[in-house]
Design a protein around this ligand. Structure first.
Ligand code: GLU
Length: 449
């Protein structure tokens, strides 16, 4: 069968637009992958014939449900819950739950789609999925968060399981929420099924390094990327956006590797601390007190707070956007490049807009997409599943060494695939093609399903 490849890819994209109207972030994530896949169809006619790409763009199952709960004042609240089970060719659906007011079906689908390729790149036996709710945990009491999680799980439990679908955390879902979700799952099913959720507490089935894994992993990926260019973190100036789980542990590892992180942010603004962000203070403010980033500047003499504005105005050699999708646009990318930034490593999922990625490409700034660079979190979730299945418990050192090895492996695969497909140094193409090939081969082997 003769296939006109660029036309074929256009046709697939047009169909995705037609059947998923208004889901901008999902369109963006699909577009970015499709742009890399023309070279694959050129070599693998069987994937065109069997419509493998088209099948991978369509989630296997999409679940939407009502989540009613009562707040502390006795008022009834109604939120919407989602779980998109995107692809199970490589293993049970795996991916986090996001609790944030911006969550809608399009956001969950973009995250689920990215997750499929990310999980494939880890080389672990996990498929891809994502879920969450438009529930806003900000300002809610522990009791409210618990009641919400219990209501959410009262529907979700019937769709998940250690061999079916294994959720974890994401924005707004950390150890506290995973605890409440696990408790309700156990209560409803009467099963102590450790492997049904990852990111569990260390005393009840959780794995060491899971909390740190996404941030540590992104720093390890950056380290591998710099090493490939004969470079290192030693003495570099780094800006990391965000101040959640990814940012905090990204900062910790960058400091251990010899770089200095001079800025961090949240949705209210950013702080600059030329001495390097003091992690004890940041953790106290963001993790313990669940406060604002301005509280950091109130406590640290060398720090200043800028309300609003763009953290990317702060000059740096390495930028690690680790807050949320589309937080770094073309204008911010131009400022970064002008200020001498040489590496951009995505700690969050799709934080750079397509314009920003184009600017980096033209300016010769090395760029690592999130689906490769932030895969350390989910990879360590797979290690947690492994420990749960064997009722084993690994040391911090052993787990961290595994994480570093996995991140080096992902970098190497992306790097080599980019070369193999004629675009040396293009880690976006390398990640998309390597991830796709892994999934496509399994999809193809399973027949028309
Ligand atoms: N939410 C994380 C991610 O974006 C982790 C998912 C997981 O551990 O399942 O990859």
């Amino acid at each position: 069968m003769h296939v006109d490849v660029p036309a074929k890819v256009q046709e697939i994209y047009a169909e995705v637009l037609r059947r998923n109207p208004g889901e901008q972030e999902f369109h963006q994530a699909v577009r970015e992958v499709l742009d890399s896949l023309a070279v694959v169809l050129g070599r693998h006619g069987e994937y065109a014939e069997m419509k493998t790409i088209e099948r991978i763009c369509e989630p296997e199952r999409q679940i939407i449900f009502r989540v009613p709960w009562q707040d502390d004042s006795g008022e009834v609240q109604i939120n919407r819950g989602f779980r998109v089970e995107f692809n199970s060719a490589l293993g049970p659906y795996k991916g986090g739950l996001r609790f944030h007011p911006s969550v809608n079906l399009g956001i969950v689908k973009f995250l689920g789609f990215e997750q499929v390729f990310k999980n494939a790149l880890t080389g672990m036996p996990i498929g891809g999925g994502k879920g969450g709710s438009d529930f806003d945990p900000k300002g809610r009491s522990d009791a409210e968060v618990m009641r919400f999680c219990q209501s959410f799980m009262t529907e979700l439990y019937r769709h998940i399981g250690e061999y079916t679908d294994v959720p974890a955390g994401d924005i707004g879902v950390g150890a506290r929420e995973i605890g409440y979700l696990f408790g309700q799952y156990k209560r409803i099913t009467n099963r102590y099924e450790s492997g049904v959720l990852t990111g569990k507490g260390l005393g009840w089935g959780g794995a060491l390094v899971r909390t740190e894994a996404t941030g540590y992993g992104a720093a390890f990926f950056a380290q591998a990327m710099m090493a490939a260019a004969g470079d290192s973190f030693d003495g570099t100036r780094v800006v990391i956006s965000g101040s959640g789980n990814v940012a905090v542990y990204g900062i910790e590892k960058v400091h251990q590797l010899g770089g200095t992180v001079v800025a961090a942010s949240d949705s209210s603004g950013y702080v600059v601390d030329e001495k390097g962000i003091d992690l004890d203070v940041l953790k106290q403010v963001k993790e313990v007190e669940r406060g604002r980033i301005s509280d950091y500047a109130d406590r640290v003499a060398s720090a200043s707070f800028t309300e609003g504005g763009s953290v990317w105005d702060v000059p740096c050699e390495v930028a690690m956007p680790s807050a949320t999708q589309n937080e770094l646009d073309g204008d911010a990318a131009r400022v970064l490049a002008r200020n001498g930034c040489r590496y951009v490593v995505e700690g969050a999922n799709m934080p750079c807009t397509p314009d920003a990625v184009d600017v980096f490409r033209e300016a010769g700034v090395a760029f690592a997409p999130g689906k490769a660079a932030n895969a350390g979190g989910v990879a360590t979730s797979a290690l947690e599943m492994q420990q749960n299945a064997s009722r084993d418990r690994w040391s911090f050192e052993h787990s961290e060494a595994k994480l570093q090895e996995i991140m080096r492996g992902i970098h190497q695969r992306c790097h080599e695939t980019a070369e193999d497909y004629g675009s040396p140094g293009d880690l976006v193409l390398g990640a998309n093609v390597a991830g796709f090939l892994e999934v496509a081969e399994a999809v193809h082997a399973h027949g028309l399903i």
